[in-house]
Design a binder for this molecule. Structure first.
Ligand SMILES: NC(=O)c1ccc[n+]([C@@H]2O[C@H](COP(=O)([O-])OP(=O)(O)OC[C@H]3O[C@@H](n4cnc5c(N)ncnc54)[C@H](OP(=O)(O)O)[C@@H]3O)[C@@H](O)[C@H]2O)c1
Length: 376
């Protein structure tokens, strides 16, 4: 078990120096724990289905270079700073990718992914919190670490454990994004939620989560095969295929209504998809919309329907810290399953040197429950 004194002087980390040159594994000085942070040994880090598009500039996510990219992760505390009160070396933790400024928590960004949109977030990503989890060790803000009950989560079911693996736990991050949106619009037990697109990594996670929260699901998307697979997993899931005809699609959704919540998790490419309009038009009076997609520009919305039906439009970037604690509790109590229990599975596990294969696998395995891990 690592402790400060046993940390190696150097560690391996994936480094991006410029969008024009490939990622390279480099030997860097191992970070040290000081006040306000811990050093975590990374066991399993998340790979986004569009991870390569970020690192080759196709999705123009700004970030200071050089840097070590990464995603949320599961790791073990390797060293603690003098002001840590709950962490000890060896402890299993969830590492959250969302960094918030300590002196203004409205300033936030995703470490190792995107440096945010404010001077403050760019400053933090440039000066102090730049390098992320595609490395053996990461220096992590104290508040970005969440203790996990290892005995319960990884323990043998015969002795009260849930029998998960570390890789199973990584899926908590996939669930966290829709959880942030659901909590923001206060999705309730027994309500009906329209999720669209429901066929990608976050959309399918949203479907599993909504079921665990006791909601009925209308899963909508373009891909009929994936919709069929989703419908086969629970009789609480109804499906609607996007045809591009707003009127038809709206009535198809309404057949499963009344719809209380419309959760949108569109990628940038879906900015002109008709589902945004049909989703809003299908809502019951006082329905809520949670916009969590990656559409950066403008879209047109049915203003009159929103006004006459008292609809509420919410935007949500990620989630709150209390949401993370709540989701961990749901997993530890068994209310939210992981792994086989919800059909989630690791489709590939790659070392740092295999980053290229990892991004290809993540792109190719973006269906229900599928995910890919980088294990430094
Ligand atoms: N708000 C936040 O905090 C937050 C956090 C994380 C991610 N996001 C955003 O969430 C988005 C979704 O992420 P992801 O990893 O699940 O998947 P993704 O790879 O970005 O998108 C794949 C999903 O989008 C659908 N899609 C693609 N093009 C479409 C189009 N023209 N019309 C309708 N649907 C289309 C796909 O459906 P098919 O099966 O039909 O191809 C699939 O369901 C990301 O792009 C990201 O920007 C937001």
């Amino acid at each position: 078990m690592a402790s400060e004194s046993s940390l190696p002087p150097t560690h391996r980390a994936l480094v991006l120096r410029s969008l024009d040159s490939p990622l390279k594994v480099e030997s860097l000085a191992t970070p040290k724990a000081t006040s306000g942070n811990v050093v975590v040994q990374v066991l399993a880090a998340n790979v986004l289905s569009y991870g390569r598009e970020i690192l080759d500039g196709t999705r123009p996510y700004p970030y200071p270079k050089p840097y070590t990219p990464g995603g949320s992760a599961i790791g073990r505390i390797a060293a603690v700073g003098p002001d840590s009160t709950v962490f000890t070396p060896g402890q299993l933790v969830l590492v959250d990718v969302m960094v918030r400024a300590r002196d203004d928590t409205s300033i936030s960004y995703l470490i190792g992914i995107h440096n945010g949109f404010s001077n403050g977030s760019v400053k933090l990503a440039t000066d102090e919190w730049r390098d992320a989890t595609y490395a053996e060790y990461e220096k992590v803000p104290l508040e970005n670490c969440y203790a996990l009950d290892e005995a319960r989560l990884l323990g043998d079911p015969a002795s009260g454990g849930l029998g998960y693996s570390v890789d199973d736990l990584l899926y908590i991050h996939r669930l966290l994004v829709p959880f942030g949106g659901f909590r923001d619009v206060d999705l309730k037990v027994g309500e009906t939620i329209l999720i669209c697109p429901a066929t990608g990594p976050y959309g399918t996670a949203a479907v599993s989560l909504a079921l665990a929260l006791g909601a009925n699901v209308v899963a909508m998307g373009r891909n009929a095969q994936v919709l069929e697979k989703l419908a086969a997993t629970s009789d609480k899931i109804k499906t609607v295929q996007i045809t591009g005809d707003v009127e038809n699609d709206t009535s198809a959704i309404k057949k499963f209504g009344p719809i209380d919540v419309f959760f949108d998790i569109s990628p940038p490419m879906a900015a002109s998809s008709t589902h945004i309009k049909s989703g809003i038009l299908s809502l019951a009076h006082s329905g809520r919309v949670s916009l969590m997609g990656g559409i950066a520009g403008d879209i047109s919305i049915p203003y009159g329907a929103i006004m006459f039906n008292d609809l509420k439009l919410h935007g949500k970037f990620m989630y709150e810290r209390k949401d993370i604690r709540m989701l961990i509790k749901m997993v530890e109590s068994g209310v939210m399953g992981l792994g086989q229990k919800i059909g989630a599975r690791v489709e590939g596990k790659f070392g740092l040197e295999e980053w290229d294969q990892a991004f290809t696998a993540a792109k190719e395995n973006a269906g229900p429950g599928q995910y890919v891990v980088i294990a430094p």
